[in-house]
Design a protein around this ligand. Structure first.
Ligand code: GTP
Ligand code: MG
Length: 195
């Protein structure tokens, strides 16, 4: 119910940030969406807020190259650039990934990170590295499986087991997973309620 009330309000784009000194003041609670390139971070923000073109999504890994801030009620929602493979020059990718990691390890008002994992692939070594970074920075993170619509029902249990096992060694991880499909709207009300 709380989730429904908060998300009934309008989400607005505040700014895109390319360097740590461009971050807005850390005077309100913030949550962010992190994950491999193309995992569905921007699509999830659009699904949560019910605004299709708010965060730009595309089939090209490396679409989001800035830290994008959105305001919703008294929260900041933050869409991060992805990590792992991206369709952009190496030097550019390194710049935004360094920024993304600095943000994840040094943002005082970051209350929770949502760590998106593609339900078809489970936790990859690059995800594990980011989870370790969040452990070190003491940023609580919650894993969100994305694109569940693309996984056959008979394969879901195996992925869930792999993810649960992978999370068990991360002290900053919430044990509860959220299963979502931005395409089908699955899990979106649950995630709103959590936020
Ligand atoms: P970067 O900004 O490049 O890091 O990617 P991102 O994590 O923001 O991913 P984005 O939201 O741009 O989505 C990548 C692609 O996956 C797009 O083609 C989306 O339409 C697709 N996609 C996202 N979520 C889902 C989903 O739940 N189901 C399906 N089938 N496709 C999805
Ligand atoms: Mg994106």
């Amino acid at each position: 119910e709380t989730g429904r009330r908060i998300f009934a309000g309008e989400t607005t784009f505040l700014k895109g940030v390319v360097a740590m000194d461009g971050l807005p003041p850390d005077d309100r609670v913030e949550i962010c969406f992190a994950g491999r390139s193309n995992v569905g971070k921007s699509s999830l923000i659009n699904a949560l807020t019910g605004r299709k073109g708010l965060a730009r999504a595309s089939n090209t890994p490396g679409r989001t190259q800035e830290i994008n801030f959105f305001t919703l009620a008294d929260l900041y929602l933050v869409d991060l650039p992805g990590y792992g493979f991206a369709n952009a020059p190496v030097a550019v990718v390194e710049t935004w990934q360094r920024l993304m990691k600095s943000y994840l390890s040094g943002r005082a008002n970051l209350r929770r990170a949502f760590l998106l994992v593609d339900a078809r692939h489970g936790i990859k070594p690059v995800d594990d590295d980011i989870m370790a970074l969040l452990d070190r920075a003491a940023v609580p993170f919650q894993t969100v499986l994305t694109k569940v619509d693309k996984v056959k029902e008979k394969d879901r249990a195996r992925v869930l087991a792999q993810v649960r096992d992978g999370l068990s060694k991360h002290p900053a991880a919430y044990p509860e997973l959220v299963l979502t499909s931005s395409e089908k709207g699955w899990g979106i009300p649950d995630l709103r309620a959590i936020i």
